[in-house]
Design a protein around this ligand. Sequence first.
Ligand SMILES: NC(=O)c1ccc[n+]([C@@H]2O[C@H](COP(=O)([O-])OP(=O)(O)OC[C@H]3O[C@@H](n4cnc5c(N)ncnc54)[C@H](OP(=O)(O)O)[C@@H]3O)[C@@H](O)[C@H]2O)c1
Length: 333
Amino acid sequence: MITVAIVGGGFMGSTHAAGWMALAERARVKVVCSRSPERGVRLAAVAGAVFSTDLDGVLEDPEVDVVDICLPTGLHRPVALQALAAGKHVLLEKPIALTSADAEAIVEAAARSERTLMVALVLRFFPEYEEIERRVRSGALGKALGATAYRLSPPADWNTWMQDESQSGGTPVDDMVHDFDQMNILFGTPRTVIARALPGARGHVQALVGYEGAEAFVEASSAMPSTYPFSAGIRVLCEQGLIEHGFRSVPVGEGNIGMTAESFVSIYPAGGRPERLQLSGVEPWTAEIAYFVECVEQQKRPERGTPEQAYRALQVSLATARSLRSGRTEVIE
Ligand SMILES: NC(=O)c1ccc[n+]([C@@H]2O[C@H](COP(=O)([O-])OP(=O)(O)OC[C@H]3O[C@@H](n4cnc5c(N)ncnc54)[C@H](OP(=O)(O)O)[C@@H]3O)[C@@H](O)[C@H]2O)c1
C-alpha cells in the first residue's frame, strides 16, 4: 500500500485525489498539504486524509512514500527537489516548470535520484490520443505528414495566478505544452517554431512547429467566451488517410474545464469507408496515476511522462513564447 501526500489542494489536487481514491486497494491519501484551509480542508475530508500547511513536516513523515505536486507551476522546482531530497517518489503536474533552468534542475535531480519522478502529461493517458499514436506508429495510413491540434478554453475561473503570465507561462506554457508533447510523440524532435497571437484576444495563440519531414500546427486559447465549452482535438494527415479526434466538455465542480460531454475518434482512409471508433471510457487521470503506481511498485522508471519528454515539450512552449515576442521563427534548443 502506497501512502500519498497531495501537495496543492486546488483543481488538480481534487482531480488527482479522485484518481488516487479509485486505486484505494493500492494507495491511500494520508495528507493534503496546501496553503490555505478553504479548499484544502474540504479536499482532505473527501479523500479521508488530514489537512496540513506544514510541507517540511509532511516531507519528514516516513510513512509518506509519494508526493503528488499539484501546485502553481512556479513552485514545481523547489517542491519537487525538496521531495526527492527527502526520499519521496514524485508525481508532478504539467508543465514540468516555467523556465529551462528550472526544468533542467528537475531533470537532473530525477536522474540522480533512485526515486520515481513522473510528469503528469495526461494526454498520454487519454484513450483517444493513445489510439492515434498506435495507428500512426502502425503505419496503416502511411507516413504521417503533419497534424493540427486545438485547445480552446475560457479564462480559468478557479484561481487568479493562471492569468498572470509570470506565474503560469501563459498559453504557450500552460496550455499548448499538452499538444506540443503529442506532436513530439508523432513527429520526433521539434526544430523550429513560428507563432502569432490574435491581436485583441489575450491568450489566443497559433504556432507552427517544424519537424524533420513534417509540420504541426497548434491553436490554443484562454480567450474564449465564458459560455464556450472547453474543447480540444487533433487531426493527423497521413499519406493514405486521416485520423481525427475531438472533444467538448461540460463544467463540473470548481473549474470551467469539465468532464467530457462529447468525444470521437474517426478514421478516413484514402479508399474505402470512414470508420468511427468506439473506445473504452477509461478515466485518464486514474489511468495516469495507476501507471505511476505501477512504476513505483515495480521500481521502474516511467516511459510515459518522463522528465525528458516534459522538458522537450516545454522547449517548444518557450520557443513559442520567444517567437511571439520576436515575430520571427525561433530555433528550438
Ligand atoms: N493536466 C491538466 O489538464 C491541468 C489542468 C489545470 C492545471 N494543471 C496544472 O496543475 C498545477 C496546479 O493547477 P491548479 O489548476 O490545480 O491550480 P489551483 O486550483 O490554483 O490549485 C493550486 C493549489 O496550490 C495551493 N498553493 C500552495 N501554495 C501556493 C502559493 N504560494 N500560491 C498559490 N497557490 C498555492 C493553492 O492554495 P489555495 O487553496 O490557498 O489557493 C491551491 O490549493 C499547475 O501546474 C497547472 O498548470 C494541469
